[in-house]
Structure formats: structure tokens, C-alpha cells
Design a protein around this ligand. Structure first.
Ligand code: ADP
Ligand code: MG
Length: 559
């Protein structure tokens, strides 16, 4: 009965034939009053999971959403379908807000979108409690998790929802959540025996490709030559690079537009609209662009810089190929990126613990860049999903990289981890192997160990690369609770006994040799570029740069 009504609504109101994947089950569960945790990849169709039961149950459905633009888009789309929906946020005048609250109080709204900090005002909670609420949906629910990649302070306050609206089914929706984030979402939102919907995260139509940055612009233009007259996104880390890259592409005849949070709102809007309406716009953007952009035929996402984590990478590349047609995700990266991201982290206002999490994630991302087996498998394994060892649609499967056997070195590394008591992070283990006499080495008497200095033949960068691969391949785990201490795993034993061999990609993350060009005051151009980048990043941090779009969203001018 319920599901018939849901299907009728899907067909009559939305004009779609059938539900996708787990949509109908998720809707059914909300209609039956259950709390739920819904994990579906970007473009999977999460919105319908709450929009439909919100309309079918009695009362108003409340949707908590982190971005004003996202609320506006959804409300506009719903109104066009004839659904009575509205949003409340800081971008509205007082009169507009009053009109909405009146409508709500009269029971005229089927759906009300609201930002968390707005919802949590005692006054808002009080008047929302005065009316029947059909359900509460927390969209982008990973924002509640400090472990998740877009933590937002005001999402923490959402723990009170269950108390205020015990009757309403609570739905948490997200496209990125590993086990740990899922648990955190459940706890923090106080979900009551939630039904879990877990769609596969695989995006089989996206081809993944990662290469070391040599000449990024040359690499980009070569890539674009294979994507003539197609729409795509080129992500850059800094605003400055967005502008210079867009300008350069235009000069090469590409229909490119810049987008970052520092541009005037009207210009951003124009560029976004052009991207949506025209067929061949290449949007050059910081990560301020993309969330909630629903363009089905984005054919590629090109990363000029390393993103900040695999979660972020997955979300950013997930904007390609929502229509299911073949699409490409291409990234170029270099060691400089790592230095830069680390620096940005060090200077960011996050807590030490959060920084530790972010560093750990950056390392996992690097490990993935240097992976020697199927990239798709690596990505899905990161999200704790089983996957076949060969996808046939990533750079590694299509052209396996040259690897070096380093079983002996791997054994050295594992022994050093073991002998130091599985209490230290990569940096210290590498120091021990290379026989450095640091304070920490002396303090723990590690110069006495048999593994001390046995790895002098390799550079620190080499050892770090081996360490990342040991982690990616499951021979070591990185204990976050103990500040990134490396510990042995079940698999380590087999490798230590030489029952398994270990291969890794040599030198992949080393910067390319640059021509020696030294300017007048003796600073090389490479160094200068790096320092420019760092200064640029610092400036960005100072005016709350685009790395944290969630954190700054409630200032409507920054959207
Ligand atoms: P998500 O929030 O999971 O990223 P959305 O809810 O924005 O995804 O949906 C992505 C796109 O898929 C939208 O254009 C939506 O209209 C479309 N869509 C969702 N469900 C269906 C369906 N059952 N049939 C056809 N299209 C659908
Ligand atoms: Mg969504």
C-alpha cells in the first residue's frame, strides 16, 4: 500500500519510471517510522529517499542541509513539481522568514529546508515542535563526524533532534562514510535502531587515472584534446591558480570559466548557470564548486593538485558521469602538493587531534596514488567495500606500472616496527632504519636495536613510500587512536616469513628534475614557486579559504 503510493508519487510528480537501487526500501522504512542511515554514492538519488516519505506522511518534513545553494536548488525544483517547499536561512530578509514561519504554522508546508545553526535556535525548535513533523532528514550527515572529511561544528548540536522530535523518523544521508564515520553519525544523531542502507560505492563508468606532475598545463591540454566539446571540471588548490589556469585555457581556445569563493557572487552564479546550460564548459575551480551541482553529463574531472583525502577525491570525481556514460577522472600530483597540504594543515585552526586525522588521510591518499594494483579496488577497499582485483578501467589495470621487489626492505621495516614496540609513527621508524641519532632515538635507546641503521641504502622518501605501500597493502595498520602509531597486522607474519613477496612503485612521488634555473638572488624557480604557493595558501587560510566551504557557508556572501 505504502510502496504503491510512493511509486505513484515518483511517476506522477517526478515523472520517473522506477526507483533506483535501494530508494524504495529506504522510503518504505521511513514510511514505517524507522530511523535510518542511508549511504549512497553522489548522484545515487538520496534526495528522493526523504522527499517522497515527507510528502506521504502527515506533517512537514524537515531537511537539514549544510549549503544554502543546495537548499535553494532543491526547493526551486520541488516547487516546479508542485510540492509546497520552502527554506529558512540567513540569506533571507526578516519578512521572508516570517512569511515562511507563518506558512509552517498554518500546516501549509510539505517540506522545510533549514540550516543547522538556524534550526538549533531555541525559538526555532519551539515553534517547529508545535506542529506535526513527518520526518527529519539530515543531508550530508558526515558533517557531524570529526572523523569524516567535512566536520562542521554546528552539526554536533543536532544530537538534540531526537529529544525534540521523538515521533519523527530520523534519516541520515551521506555519500561518504567509512565504518567509523557511520558509527559516529549514529551516535551523535542518536539514531534509534536505525535501518542501514548501503549502496555500492563503485562508479564503474568512471575511469581513474593518476600521474606524476611533469608539466601540468601540457598534461591538462593533452587530456582536454581527448575531451573536445565536453563539459568537465578542473580542480586547483588555490584561487590564484584557478584564475591563471582558466585564463590560459581560454587563450588556447577552450570554453573555460573560473570559479572560486573569492569571486563576486553574481559572477559565480553566471558561471555556474553557463556550466549547467552549455554543453562544453570547462569549469576551472577550487573545491568551492561542485557540491549540489546536478549536471548529469559532466564527462571528466581533472585534478591539477592533490585533493586533501580519498574521501574528498571520491566526492570530487563523483561529479563526473552521473548519467552513467563513460567518464574520466584524471589527477596529476607531485611531492610539492604534499608539502603544501601539510603546511596548510599545520597552520589551520583545527585541533591537534583533527590535524592528526587529516595527516593520516593525506597519507592514505598518497598510498593510493602510488598503488601497484587495481586503483578501483584500492578506492573501494578504502571505503571498506570488497572489490575484484582487476577492473579493467583504471590506469593500473590498463597498463600495469613497473614495480620493484622489496621484500627484504619490507621485512626490515616490519621488524623495526616490531622491535620499537609498535608505538611509533612512520617518521621515527624511518629514522631508526636510516640510523639517525635524533632526540627520540636516544630517548628510547633505539640505537641499540639490531634494526638500527640497516636501511641506510635508501632515502627517507623511499622508505616513506614503502611504508605507505605496506599500509595500503594491508601489512601495517595505522592506529589513529594512538596518534598514528604503526602496528603489525595478520598479514605481516606471512611477509616476515617470506611466504609473501612485496612490490612497490619506486620513486613515483619524487619531483621531476627541473632545469637548474637560478634567479638573481640565488633562489631557484622551483623554490620560489613553492614559497609563492605557500604564501598564497596562508592568505587563503586567513580569509577562510575554500578548503572549508562548509565551515563558512552561513556567511551567504561566501557561497
Ligand atoms: P545524491 O543526493 O545522492 O547525490 P540526487 O538525489 O541529487 O543524488 O539525485 C541525482 C540525480 O538522479 C537527480 O537528477 C535525480 O533527479 C535523479 N534521480 C534520482 N532518483 C531517480 C530515479 N529513481 N529515476 C531517475 N532519476 C532519478
Ligand atoms: Mg544530495
Amino acid at each position: 500500500m505504502n510502496s504503491e503510493a510512493a511509486l505513484a508519487l515518483l511517476q506522477n510528480t517526478y515523472g520517473y519510471d522506477a526507483f533506483r537501487g535501494q530508494q524504495s526500501l529506504a522510503i518504505e522504512s521511513a514510511l514505517n517510522g524507522h530511523d535510518s542511515l542511508i549511504l549512497m554514492p553522489t548522484g545515487g538519488g538520496k534526495s528522493l529517499c526523504y522527499q517522497i516519505p515527507a510528502q506521504l506522511r502527515e506533517g512537514t518534513g524537515i531537511v537539514i542541509s549544510p549549503l544554502i545553494a543546495l537548499m535553494q536548488d532543491q526547493v526551486t525544483a520541488l516547487r516546479e513539481l508542485g510540492v509546497s517547499a520552502a527554506y529558512l536561512n540567513s540569506s533571507q530578509t526578516l519578512d521572508e522568514q516570517k512569511a515562511i514561519t507563518r506558512q509552517f504554522a498554518a500546516g501549509e508546508l510539505q517540506m522545510l529546508y533549514i540550516a543547522p545553526e538556524r534550526l538549533l535556535k531555541p525559538k526555532t525548535l519551539a515553534y517547529l515542535s508545535s506542529q506535526p513533523i513527518s520526518l527529519i532528514a539530515v543531508d550530508e550527515a558526515h558533517c557531524v563526524s570529526q572523523w569524516g572529511h567535512d566536520f562542521r561544528q554546528d552539526y554536533l548540536g543536532l544530537s538534540v533532534l531526537k529529544e525534540h522530535f521523538p515521533q519523527a523518523p530520523l534519516m541520515a544521508l551521506t555519500a561518504t562514510a567509512d565504518q567509523r564515520t557511520q558509527q559516529e553519525i549514529e551516535q551523535r544523531l542518536n539514531l534509534q535502531s536505525p535501518v542501514r542502507f548501503n549502496a555500492s560505492f563503485d562508479r564503474p563508468n568512471i575511469r581513474y587515472h593518476v600521474s606524476v606532475r611533469q608539466d601540468a598545463r601540457k598534461q591538462l591540454i593533452k587530456f582536454l584534446a581527448q575531451h573536445k566539446n565536453e563539459a568537465g571540471i578542473v580542480y586547483c588548490l588555490s584561487r590564484k591558480k584557478v584564475e591563471s589556469t582558466a585564463e590560459w585555457l581560454v587563450s588556447r581556445g577552450v570554453n573555460a570559466l573560473p570559479y572560486h569563493a573569492g569571486l563576486p557572487a553574481s559572477l559565480r552564479e553566471t558561471h555556474q548557470q553557463r556550466f549547467l546550460r552549455e554543453d562544453d564548459v570547462v569549469m576551472v575551480a577550487t573545491i568551492a564548486f561542485g557540491m549540489g551541482i546536478d549536471k548529469p553529463d559532466v564527462r571528466f574531472v581533472f585534478h591539477m593538485d592533490l585533493p586533501k583525502s580519498l574521501e574528498a577525491y571520491y566526492q570530487e570525481t563523483g561529479r563526473a558521469g552521473r548519467d552513467g556514460a563513460a567518464s574520466e577522472a584524471h589527477m596529476v600530483y607531485g611531492l610539492q602538493d604534499v608539502v603544501r597540504l601539510n603546511q596548510m594543515l599545520t597552520e589551520s585552526p583545527m585541533s591537534e587531534q583533527q590535524k592528526q586525522v587529516e595527516r593520516h588521510k593525506l597519507n592514505a591518499l598518497l598510498g593510493w596514488c602510488e598503488i601497484t594494483h587495481c586503483r578501483r579496488q584500492g578506492l573501494l577497499n578504502y571505503f571498506e567495500e570488497e572489490a575484484p582485483t582487476f577492473c579493467g578501467n583504471c590506469d593500473i589495470c590498463l597498463s600495469p606500472p613497473k614495480t620493484r621487489e622489496a621484500t627484504t626492505e619490507a621485512q626490515m621495516f616490519l621488524s623495526a616496527v616490531y622491535r620499537t614496540g609498535q608505538r611509533f609513527g612512520t617518521a621515527h621508524i624511518v629514522d631508526v632504519l636510516r640510523g639517525l641519532d635524533t632526540e627520540k632515538v636516544k630517548q628510547h635507546g633505539h640505537e641499540q636495536l639490531s634494526t638500527y641503521g640497516i636501511g641506510k641504502h635508501l632515502s627517507a622518501a623511499h622508505w616513506q613510500s614503502i611504508a605507505r605501500q605496506l599500509i595500503v597493502q594491508g601489512y601495517l595498520s595505522n592506529d589513529f587512536e594512538r596518534f598514528g602509531a604503526l602496528t603489525l597486522t595478520e598479514n605481516s607474519r606471512a611477509l616476515l616469513r617470506s611466504e609473501k613477496t612485496f612490490h612497490y612503485r619506486e620513486q613515483l612521488a619524487e619531483p621531476q628534475q627541473r632545469k637548474k634555473s637560478t634567479s638573481r638572488n640565488g633562489v631557484s624557480e622551483a623554490d620560489r614557486a613553492l614559497w609563492d604557493a605557500l604564501r598564497d595558501c596562508r592568505k587563503q587560510l586567513a580569509n577562510e579559504h575554500d578548503l572549508a566551504p562548509y565551515m563558512i557557508f552561513h556567511d551567504a556572501t561566501l557561497m
